[in-house]
Design a protein around this ligand. Structure first.
Ligand code: HAM
Length: 425
């Protein structure tokens, strides 16, 4: 990433970190390389097939992390095991998947990731949706919408019909890719009863942004299935919690929505903007992953946001988002070579005052340096010349107005700041 992109990514990241602290999520830092066994458990075939796997020098199978969730779950199952719950944990960093590179899809990308562990209540699911809304809103994004579903509804029907878990996962992988006909064919080939198939067909056609109408229809549709009915009730409670919290989130409920990761057990969600058909974030409830890693049974819910995609979305919206300008920046130019050390000393005194200062170190002519400073959109230049130094002064030039002023050595920062105030007024 070049400087402008890096700056935008760091803006998105620092916004994610601020939102983490607003909701009480504490940051942890997990390794990029972990054992293959840990990273592949319950990741799902799709993610597993796209992992960067290799043998380390000790002959162990290791991989680059394809997500944060497994690492966080392992930590909660082991080191944090005895700590009081709930845990609210935040991570940000690079993630690796051997995806087909294209716009918004990279083999190395960045996620901000939030995990809330220890509560099975709808309040916890709602919190993850609310914090995602705030994250998107505070980053300056507009017109984003959330797609919500519940894995328990489909699984409830599958389980009651004794449909094998491996086949369930394959069918849901197909649904994740919106290949509904292929999924239904696979289910029907297993000898699934006709009534059940009819219910599935009706269920996956239910979607819309009048969310409580949709959950009502879902409820009627799955009334013959006990677990699935409980799942719809749970989804309804989560949506009620979000609505009653006062947040105005644009939400769509999609009953046929599935996600590629296999560990989900409850509510699932993804975030979209109209400009792209790829998700800016996704997550959901996974109540069994922590015990899979040897921990106490611990309900959990979480979400990860693709920071590269958020960046793209921010660049593509009009007007594009404006990052709050950093503090004023400038350049210190020694007019004669033998004044280089003096210029360096002046630059240091300005940095001491928290000003961003570059030092001219190429011995170029002043006009050349000023031209470049304009291009870089610097705000001021300090010209260190022999004549002024004799009276313990320098020339401070405002690069916007081109005004110049002589300032005493101990008043340079003050002179620059006065200009700031002048400009602001
Ligand atoms: P995920 O849906 O696989 O979920 O990824 C989350 C987000 O990462 C996606 O919505 C997308 O924005 C971004 N992303 C995924 N692949 C790429 C790629 N190749 N290039 C750029 N961005 C990408 C998870 O990773 C789960 N661990 C989320 C979670 C946390 N579930 C519970 N807790």
């Amino acid at each position: 990433m070049l400087p402008e992109e890096a700056r935008l990514l760091r803006f998105v990241e620092s916004n994610a970190r601020t939102v983490a602290s607003l909701y009480g999520y504490r940051e942890i830092i997990t390794p990029v390389v972990e054992t293959y066994e840990l990273l592949s458990a319950k990741a799902g075939e799709e993610v597993k097939s796209r992992m960067f796997v290799f043998k380390d020098l000790g002959g162990r199978d290791v991989a680059l992390r394809p997500e944060f969730t497994a690492s966080v779950a392992r930590l909660v199952a082991s080191t944090l095991r005895a700590q009081p719950k709930p845990f609210r944990l935040f991570c940000a960093g690079t993630i690796y998947r051997y995806d087909e590179p294209q716009r918004g899809r990279y083999r190395e990308f960045w996620q901000s990731n939030y995990e809330l562990m220890g509560s099975s209540r709808p309040e916890a699911d709602a919190e993850v949706l609310l914090l995602t809304d705030r994250l998107m809103k505070n980053s300056g994004l507009k017109n984003y919408a959330m797609k919500i579903g519940h894995v328990g509804v489909l699984r409830g029907i599958f389980n009651q019909e004794k449909f094998d878990e491996k086949a369930q996962n394959s069918a849901m992988q197909l649904m994740d890719k919106k290949q509904y006909e292929e999924a239904l064919n696979l289910i029907s080939e297993s000898g699934f009863p006709d009534d059940g198939l009819k219910t599935l067909r009706e269920l996956i056609s239910l979607r819309g942004n009048n969310v409580f109408d949709i959950t009502n229809c879902m409820m009627k549709c799955v009334s013959a299935y006990e677990q699935a009915t409980k799942a719809v009730e749970n989804l309804n409670d989560i949506l009620k919690m979000v609505a009653e919290s006062g947040a105005k989130i644009n939400m769509t409920v999609d009953a046929g929505f599935a996600r590629g990761l296999e560990y989900y057990t409850g509510m699932i969600c993804e975030i979209f903007v109209p400009e792209f058909d790829i998700a800016l974030g996704g997550g959901g409830r996974y109540d069994r992953l922590i015990e899979l890693f040897g921990g106490e049974p611990t309900p959990a819910v979480g979400i990860a946001h693709g920071m590269d995609r958020m960046m793209l979305a921010l660049q593509n919206q009009s007007p594009p988002v404006r990052i709050v300008p950093e503090s004023k920046a400038g350049v210190v130019i020694p007019i004669q070579r033998h004044l280089a050390a003096k210029a360096a000393q002046i630059a240091e005194t300005l940095r001491e005052e928290n000003m961003r200062v570059e030092l001219e170190i190429m011995g170029r002519k002043m006009t050349k340096v000023l031209e470049e400073a304009d291009k870089k959109k610097l705000n001021f230049a300090v010209l260190v010349g022999e004549k002024e130094l004799e009276s313990r002064s320098v020339v401070v030039r405002n690069l916007l107005t081109r005004e110049q002023k002589t300032a005493r050595l101990d008043e340079i920062a003050e002179t620059i700041r006065q200009r700031d105030e002048h400009e602001a007024s």
